[in-house]
Design a protein around this ligand. Structure first.
Ligand code: HEM
Length: 158
């Protein structure tokens, strides 16, 4: 029974992770580069109409990943005490994944709330719009790589 529940939780965790990382990558490598080739007013209107759908999807997927990851590591995994969390390789790796996930979620929120000042300048692109988007993409990609590395390590009990 526990194996079935663990498998279901892990399935939901992985599916939500795919949606969360996939939509971030699509936004960073497809949507933004396409928008930057369009006139700024049109790009802004398009961004705002896609964000209306993308933001809730990414937020819900991110929450589900985190929640299922917490359940998978604690109730359905080996982390049963604070001691285990901070003294074993598995506990530390899990903690790193959780912190990086929280950090990148907050970072994404900060990026989106600062878009007005950082990317748009009225009906023009801000002169540093491209750099702002590139640095956001770089930080997100590093975070995804670290989180995925943590998932692989935990698979081997590390
Ligand atoms: C977008 C982010 C994430 C993705 C794409 C992801 C993906 C995965 C994948 C594919 C596995 C299966 C690994 C395997 O069995 O080989 C896994 C397992 C797991 N994940 Fe995540 N994960 C993410 C974030 C997190 C976070 C933030 C946490 C911690 C809160 C977490 C906790 C776990 C745990 C505990 C396991 C089980 C590891 C084990 O004991 O085998 N994950 N995850």
């Amino acid at each position: 029974m526990t194996i079935a529940i663990t498998a279901i939780v892990q399935w939901i965790h992985i599916a939500a992770g795919l949606i969360w990382i996939g939509s971030n990558i699509y936004q960073d490598y497809v949507i933004w580069p396409a928008l930057l080739t369009r006139p700024a007013a049109e790009a802004r209107a398009t961004y705002e109409s896609t964000a209306k759908f993308a933001a809730p999807l990414m937020m819900i997927a991110g929450m589900v990943v985190m929640l299922m990851g917490i359940i998978r590591g604690t109730f359905l995994g080996p982390i049963k005490s604070f001691g285990y969390l901070v003294t074993t390789p598995y506990g530390i790796t899990w903690l790193v994944a959780l912190f990086v996930m929280i950090f990148i979620t907050a970072w994404g929120g900060r990026f989106r709330s600062g878009l007005d000042a950082a990317v748009w300048n009225g009906d023009q692109f801000h002169p540093t719009a491209m750099q702002t988007i590139r640095s956001h993409t770089l930080v997100s990609n590093i975070a995804f790589a670290v989180i995925l590395a943590c998932m692989v390590l935990m698979r081997f009990g590390l």
